[in-house]
Design a protein around this ligand. Structure first.
Ligand SMILES: *Cc1c(COP(=O)(O)O)cnc(C)c1O
Length: 341
Protein backbone atom coordinates (compact mmCIF):
# COMPACT_ATOMS: atom_id res chain seq x y z
CA UNK A 1 0.00 0.00 0.00
CA UNK A 2 1.52 3.26 -1.11
CA UNK A 3 1.10 5.98 1.53
CA UNK A 4 -0.07 9.45 0.53
CA UNK A 5 2.63 12.04 0.22
CA UNK A 6 1.87 13.86 3.49
CA UNK A 7 4.25 15.72 5.79
CA UNK A 8 3.11 13.65 8.79
CA UNK A 9 5.25 15.38 11.43
CA UNK A 10 3.84 18.81 10.57
CA UNK A 11 0.17 17.94 10.35
CA UNK A 12 -2.08 19.90 12.69
CA UNK A 13 -5.45 18.88 14.12
CA UNK A 14 -7.59 19.72 11.10
CA UNK A 15 -9.82 18.07 8.55
CA UNK A 16 -8.18 16.51 5.52
CA UNK A 17 -10.57 14.75 3.20
CA UNK A 18 -9.70 11.06 2.79
CA UNK A 19 -10.78 8.80 -0.07
CA UNK A 20 -13.56 6.79 1.58
CA UNK A 21 -16.17 7.15 4.31
CA UNK A 22 -18.84 4.82 5.70
CA UNK A 23 -22.57 5.48 5.63
CA UNK A 24 -25.59 3.50 6.86
CA UNK A 25 -29.16 4.78 6.72
CA UNK A 26 -31.97 4.25 9.16
CA UNK A 27 -35.44 4.22 7.62
CA UNK A 28 -38.71 2.41 8.35
CA UNK A 29 -37.36 1.24 11.69
CA UNK A 30 -34.18 -0.45 10.46
CA UNK A 31 -30.57 0.18 9.44
CA UNK A 32 -29.45 -0.37 5.85
CA UNK A 33 -26.54 -2.66 5.01
CA UNK A 34 -24.00 0.20 5.20
CA UNK A 35 -21.29 0.90 2.64
CA UNK A 36 -18.24 2.94 1.80
CA UNK A 37 -18.59 5.95 -0.47
CA UNK A 38 -16.25 8.45 -2.07
CA UNK A 39 -18.86 11.22 -1.72
CA UNK A 40 -17.88 13.45 1.19
CA UNK A 41 -20.84 15.83 0.97
CA UNK A 42 -24.27 15.18 2.47
CA UNK A 43 -27.46 16.49 0.93
CA UNK A 44 -30.40 16.92 3.25
CA UNK A 45 -33.69 18.74 3.56
CA UNK A 46 -33.65 22.27 5.01
CA UNK A 47 -35.82 21.02 7.87
CA UNK A 48 -33.66 18.01 8.81
CA UNK A 49 -33.88 17.16 12.52
CA UNK A 50 -30.17 17.72 13.05
CA UNK A 51 -30.31 21.24 11.60
CA UNK A 52 -33.34 22.36 13.58
CA UNK A 53 -33.03 20.61 16.94
CA UNK A 54 -29.42 19.38 16.98
CA UNK A 55 -30.26 15.69 17.20
CA UNK A 56 -26.76 14.35 16.75
CA UNK A 57 -24.02 12.54 18.65
CA UNK A 58 -20.49 11.46 17.83
CA UNK A 59 -17.44 9.50 18.86
CA UNK A 60 -13.71 10.02 18.44
CA UNK A 61 -10.91 7.44 18.32
CA UNK A 62 -7.64 6.88 16.50
CA UNK A 63 -5.89 4.34 14.32
CA UNK A 64 -2.12 4.13 14.15
CA UNK A 65 0.75 1.96 13.03
CA UNK A 66 2.44 -0.08 15.76
CA UNK A 67 6.14 -0.82 16.10
CA UNK A 68 5.52 -4.19 14.40
CA UNK A 69 3.76 -2.53 11.47
CA UNK A 70 0.16 -3.43 12.32
CA UNK A 71 -2.62 -0.92 11.84
CA UNK A 72 -4.61 -0.93 15.07
CA UNK A 73 -7.20 1.02 16.98
CA UNK A 74 -7.69 1.36 20.72
CA UNK A 75 -10.74 -0.06 22.56
CA UNK A 76 -13.32 0.71 19.81
CA UNK A 77 -15.84 -1.46 21.70
CA UNK A 78 -15.98 1.25 24.37
CA UNK A 79 -16.73 3.91 21.74
CA UNK A 80 -19.51 1.67 20.41
CA UNK A 81 -20.99 1.27 23.89
CA UNK A 82 -20.73 4.98 24.64
CA UNK A 83 -22.41 5.89 21.36
CA UNK A 84 -25.21 3.52 22.27
CA UNK A 85 -25.67 5.41 25.54
CA UNK A 86 -25.65 8.73 23.69
CA UNK A 87 -28.26 7.46 21.21
CA UNK A 88 -30.57 6.23 23.97
CA UNK A 89 -30.38 9.58 25.78
CA UNK A 90 -31.06 11.51 22.57
CA UNK A 91 -33.90 9.20 21.37
CA UNK A 92 -31.88 8.02 18.40
CA UNK A 93 -31.74 4.45 17.05
CA UNK A 94 -28.79 2.40 18.33
CA UNK A 95 -26.28 1.19 15.74
CA UNK A 96 -25.28 -2.35 16.71
CA UNK A 97 -22.03 -2.33 18.71
CA UNK A 98 -20.29 -5.09 16.76
CA UNK A 99 -21.32 -3.48 13.47
CA UNK A 100 -19.89 -0.19 14.79
CA UNK A 101 -16.51 -1.84 15.41
CA UNK A 102 -16.60 -3.60 12.02
CA UNK A 103 -17.49 -0.35 10.25
CA UNK A 104 -14.61 1.48 12.00
CA UNK A 105 -12.16 -1.20 10.82
CA UNK A 106 -13.59 -1.17 7.28
CA UNK A 107 -13.30 2.61 7.03
CA UNK A 108 -9.73 2.68 8.33
CA UNK A 109 -8.69 -0.09 5.95
CA UNK A 110 -10.25 1.75 3.01
CA UNK A 111 -8.11 4.79 3.96
CA UNK A 112 -4.94 2.84 4.74
CA UNK A 113 -2.89 5.24 2.62
CA UNK A 114 -3.69 7.95 5.18
CA UNK A 115 -2.66 5.97 8.29
CA UNK A 116 0.57 7.64 9.44
CA UNK A 117 3.69 5.48 9.74
CA UNK A 118 5.07 4.32 13.09
CA UNK A 119 7.24 6.88 14.80
CA UNK A 120 5.80 9.88 12.93
CA UNK A 121 3.77 10.92 15.98
CA UNK A 122 0.78 11.39 13.70
CA UNK A 123 -2.40 9.25 13.80
CA UNK A 124 -5.55 8.71 11.79
CA UNK A 125 -8.42 10.30 13.70
CA UNK A 126 -11.72 8.43 13.29
CA UNK A 127 -15.03 10.24 13.66
CA UNK A 128 -18.21 8.11 13.87
CA UNK A 129 -21.39 10.18 14.14
CA UNK A 130 -25.14 9.95 13.78
CA UNK A 131 -27.83 12.51 13.05
CA UNK A 132 -31.54 12.87 12.31
CA UNK A 133 -32.02 13.65 8.64
CA UNK A 134 -35.74 13.79 7.79
CA UNK A 135 -37.77 17.01 8.15
CA UNK A 136 -38.77 17.70 11.77
CA UNK A 137 -40.56 20.91 12.72
CA UNK A 138 -42.79 19.90 15.65
CA UNK A 139 -40.35 19.00 18.42
CA UNK A 140 -39.88 15.22 18.35
CA UNK A 141 -37.21 12.69 17.39
CA UNK A 142 -36.51 12.25 13.66
CA UNK A 143 -37.70 9.07 11.92
CA UNK A 144 -34.71 8.75 9.63
CA UNK A 145 -31.00 8.87 10.51
CA UNK A 146 -27.57 8.45 9.05
CA UNK A 147 -24.67 6.78 10.82
CA UNK A 148 -21.38 7.81 9.26
CA UNK A 149 -17.66 7.45 9.83
CA UNK A 150 -14.98 9.61 8.30
CA UNK A 151 -11.26 9.69 8.99
CA UNK A 152 -8.65 12.42 8.87
CA UNK A 153 -4.91 12.24 9.55
CA UNK A 154 -3.85 14.43 12.47
CA UNK A 155 -0.40 15.50 13.58
CA UNK A 156 1.49 14.85 16.79
CA UNK A 157 -0.39 16.63 19.57
CA UNK A 158 2.72 17.88 21.31
CA UNK A 159 5.09 19.44 18.81
CA UNK A 160 8.36 20.10 20.57
CA UNK A 161 7.29 18.65 23.93
CA UNK A 162 4.22 18.84 26.12
CA UNK A 163 3.94 22.40 27.44
CA UNK A 164 1.77 22.59 30.57
CA UNK A 165 -1.51 24.42 30.07
CA UNK A 166 -3.00 27.34 31.97
CA UNK A 167 -6.70 26.95 32.80
CA UNK A 168 -9.27 29.30 34.21
CA UNK A 169 -12.20 28.42 36.42
CA UNK A 170 -15.16 29.19 34.17
CA UNK A 171 -18.15 31.33 35.10
CA UNK A 172 -20.15 29.30 32.58
CA UNK A 173 -21.53 25.82 33.22
CA UNK A 174 -20.88 22.85 30.95
CA UNK A 175 -23.63 20.49 32.04
CA UNK A 176 -26.62 20.55 34.37
CA UNK A 177 -27.33 17.89 36.98
CA UNK A 178 -29.53 15.25 35.27
CA UNK A 179 -28.72 16.86 31.90
CA UNK A 180 -26.61 15.59 29.01
CA UNK A 181 -23.06 16.12 30.27
CA UNK A 182 -22.40 12.36 30.22
CA UNK A 183 -23.24 11.87 26.52
CA UNK A 184 -21.09 12.81 23.55
CA UNK A 185 -23.39 15.16 21.70
CA UNK A 186 -22.86 18.20 19.52
CA UNK A 187 -25.15 20.20 21.79
CA UNK A 188 -22.61 20.04 24.64
CA UNK A 189 -20.06 21.59 22.33
CA UNK A 190 -22.27 24.25 20.73
CA UNK A 191 -22.90 25.82 24.11
CA UNK A 192 -19.23 25.59 25.12
CA UNK A 193 -17.97 27.68 22.20
CA UNK A 194 -18.66 31.04 23.80
CA UNK A 195 -16.92 29.92 27.00
CA UNK A 196 -13.79 28.69 25.20
CA UNK A 197 -13.56 31.71 22.90
CA UNK A 198 -13.83 33.93 26.00
CA UNK A 199 -11.15 31.90 27.81
CA UNK A 200 -8.79 32.19 24.85
CA UNK A 201 -9.39 35.95 24.63
CA UNK A 202 -8.33 36.18 28.26
CA UNK A 203 -5.16 34.22 27.59
CA UNK A 204 -6.17 30.79 28.94
CA UNK A 205 -5.85 27.46 27.15
CA UNK A 206 -8.92 25.77 28.60
CA UNK A 207 -11.80 26.18 31.04
CA UNK A 208 -12.15 24.25 34.26
CA UNK A 209 -15.89 23.72 34.75
CA UNK A 210 -17.35 23.31 38.21
CA UNK A 211 -20.53 21.50 39.22
CA UNK A 212 -23.33 23.96 38.48
CA UNK A 213 -25.37 23.15 41.59
CA UNK A 214 -22.81 24.18 44.21
CA UNK A 215 -19.88 25.56 42.17
CA UNK A 216 -17.49 23.94 44.62
CA UNK A 217 -16.54 20.71 42.82
CA UNK A 218 -14.32 20.08 39.79
CA UNK A 219 -16.09 18.56 36.77
CA UNK A 220 -14.01 18.61 33.56
CA UNK A 221 -12.89 20.88 30.72
CA UNK A 222 -14.80 21.32 27.46
CA UNK A 223 -13.42 18.12 26.00
CA UNK A 224 -11.18 16.32 28.48
CA UNK A 225 -11.43 14.76 31.96
CA UNK A 226 -9.14 15.64 34.87
CA UNK A 227 -6.69 13.48 36.71
CA UNK A 228 -4.79 14.76 39.71
CA UNK A 229 -1.79 13.29 41.49
CA UNK A 230 -1.48 13.78 45.22
CA UNK A 231 1.82 14.55 46.94
CA UNK A 232 1.96 10.91 48.08
CA UNK A 233 1.45 9.65 44.49
CA UNK A 234 -2.22 8.71 44.56
CA UNK A 235 -4.23 9.24 41.38
CA UNK A 236 -7.46 11.17 41.99
CA UNK A 237 -10.16 11.70 39.39
CA UNK A 238 -13.48 13.54 39.82
CA UNK A 239 -16.64 11.46 40.06
CA UNK A 240 -19.82 13.07 38.78
CA UNK A 241 -22.84 11.99 36.75
CA UNK A 242 -22.43 14.98 34.43
CA UNK A 243 -18.86 14.20 33.33
CA UNK A 244 -18.32 12.55 29.94
CA UNK A 245 -16.85 9.10 30.68
CA UNK A 246 -13.49 9.44 28.91
CA UNK A 247 -12.08 6.16 27.61
CA UNK A 248 -8.58 7.56 28.00
CA UNK A 249 -9.23 8.41 31.66
CA UNK A 250 -10.69 4.96 32.36
CA UNK A 251 -7.66 3.36 30.66
CA UNK A 252 -5.21 5.52 32.60
CA UNK A 253 -6.83 4.50 35.87
CA UNK A 254 -6.38 0.86 34.95
CA UNK A 255 -2.76 1.52 34.00
CA UNK A 256 -2.17 3.35 37.31
CA UNK A 257 -3.50 0.44 39.35
CA UNK A 258 -2.32 -2.55 37.35
CA UNK A 259 0.91 -1.41 35.70
CA UNK A 260 2.26 1.22 38.06
CA UNK A 261 0.91 -0.04 41.39
CA UNK A 262 -0.59 3.34 42.28
CA UNK A 263 -3.65 3.90 44.46
CA UNK A 264 -6.60 5.43 42.63
CA UNK A 265 -9.52 7.39 44.05
CA UNK A 266 -12.56 8.23 41.97
CA UNK A 267 -14.47 10.71 44.12
CA UNK A 268 -15.80 14.22 44.33
CA UNK A 269 -12.92 16.70 44.08
CA UNK A 270 -13.37 20.10 45.69
CA UNK A 271 -11.91 23.13 43.95
CA UNK A 272 -10.69 24.00 47.44
CA UNK A 273 -8.29 21.02 47.52
CA UNK A 274 -6.76 21.47 44.04
CA UNK A 275 -3.97 23.62 45.51
CA UNK A 276 -2.82 20.60 47.52
CA UNK A 277 -2.25 18.31 44.52
CA UNK A 278 1.22 17.75 43.05
CA UNK A 279 0.23 17.26 39.39
CA UNK A 280 -2.74 17.76 37.14
CA UNK A 281 -3.52 16.49 33.65
CA UNK A 282 -6.32 16.53 31.08
CA UNK A 283 -7.16 13.23 29.43
CA UNK A 284 -8.75 12.51 26.10
CA UNK A 285 -8.11 10.72 22.83
CA UNK A 286 -6.48 13.75 21.16
CA UNK A 287 -3.50 14.21 23.49
CA UNK A 288 -3.79 11.16 25.84
CA UNK A 289 -2.70 13.49 28.69
CA UNK A 290 -2.00 17.23 28.54
CA UNK A 291 -0.23 18.49 31.64
CA UNK A 292 -1.75 21.44 33.50
CA UNK A 293 0.67 23.89 35.08
CA UNK A 294 -1.60 26.59 36.41
CA UNK A 295 -5.28 27.09 37.24
CA UNK A 296 -6.57 30.62 37.74
CA UNK A 297 -9.65 30.97 39.95
CA UNK A 298 -10.62 34.59 39.38
CA UNK A 299 -8.00 36.51 41.38
CA UNK A 300 -6.24 33.43 42.76
CA UNK A 301 -3.51 31.47 40.97
CA UNK A 302 -3.07 27.80 41.75
CA UNK A 303 0.39 26.76 40.54
CA UNK A 304 0.99 23.02 40.30
CA UNK A 305 4.32 22.00 41.88
CA UNK A 306 5.18 20.21 38.59
CA UNK A 307 5.63 23.68 37.08
CA UNK A 308 5.22 25.24 33.65
CA UNK A 309 8.01 23.45 31.77
CA UNK A 310 7.20 19.76 31.69
CA UNK A 311 4.80 17.00 32.64
CA UNK A 312 4.89 15.94 36.28
CA UNK A 313 6.76 12.66 36.90
CA UNK A 314 3.70 10.50 37.65
CA UNK A 315 1.73 12.00 34.76
CA UNK A 316 4.71 11.22 32.52
CA UNK A 317 4.78 7.59 33.66
CA UNK A 318 1.07 7.25 32.98
CA UNK A 319 1.50 8.87 29.58
CA UNK A 320 4.48 6.72 28.59
CA UNK A 321 2.80 3.49 29.70
CA UNK A 322 -0.50 4.10 27.94
CA UNK A 323 1.11 5.33 24.70
CA UNK A 324 3.48 2.35 24.94
CA UNK A 325 0.47 0.02 25.13
CA UNK A 326 -1.15 1.78 22.19
CA UNK A 327 1.97 1.63 20.02
CA UNK A 328 2.71 -2.01 20.85
CA UNK A 329 5.84 -1.36 22.93
CA UNK A 330 4.19 -2.44 26.20
CA UNK A 331 1.97 -5.51 26.50
CA UNK A 332 -1.70 -4.52 26.40
CA UNK A 333 -4.47 -5.83 28.62
CA UNK A 334 -6.63 -8.37 26.80
CA UNK A 335 -8.99 -6.79 24.27
CA UNK A 336 -7.55 -3.26 24.31
CA UNK A 337 -5.89 -3.35 20.90
CA UNK A 338 -8.08 -4.05 17.88
CA UNK A 339 -5.86 -5.16 15.01
CA UNK A 340 -7.21 -3.89 11.70
CA UNK A 341 -4.36 -5.16 9.56
C1 LIG B 1 -14.71 12.99 24.13
C2 LIG B 1 -14.68 13.73 25.40
C3 LIG B 1 -13.72 13.46 26.39
C4 LIG B 1 -12.59 12.49 26.20
O1 LIG B 1 -13.00 11.17 26.00
P1 LIG B 1 -12.03 10.10 25.36
O2 LIG B 1 -12.88 8.88 25.20
O3 LIG B 1 -10.91 9.86 26.30
O4 LIG B 1 -11.55 10.66 24.06
C5 LIG B 1 -13.80 14.17 27.59
N1 LIG B 1 -14.76 15.09 27.79
C6 LIG B 1 -15.68 15.39 26.85
C7 LIG B 1 -16.70 16.43 27.15
C8 LIG B 1 -15.68 14.72 25.63
O5 LIG B 1 -16.59 15.02 24.71
Amino acid sequence: MEKKNIDWANLGFGYMQCDQRYVAEYKDGKWSEGQLTEEASITMNECAGVLQYAQTCFEGLKAYTTEEGHIVTFRPDLNAARMKDSCLRLEMPVFDEQRFVDAVCETVLANEAYVPPYGSGATLYIRPYMFGINPVIGVKPADEYQFRIFTTPVGPYFKGGAKPLTLCVSDFDRAAPHGTGHVKSGLNYAMSLHAIVSAHKNGYDENMYLDPATRTKVEETGGANFIFITKDQKVVTPKSDSILPSITRRSLIYVAEHYLGLKVEEREVLLEEVKDFAECGLCGTAAVISPVGKIVDHGTEICMPSGMNEMGPVTKKLYDTLTGIQMGRVEAPEGWIQIIK
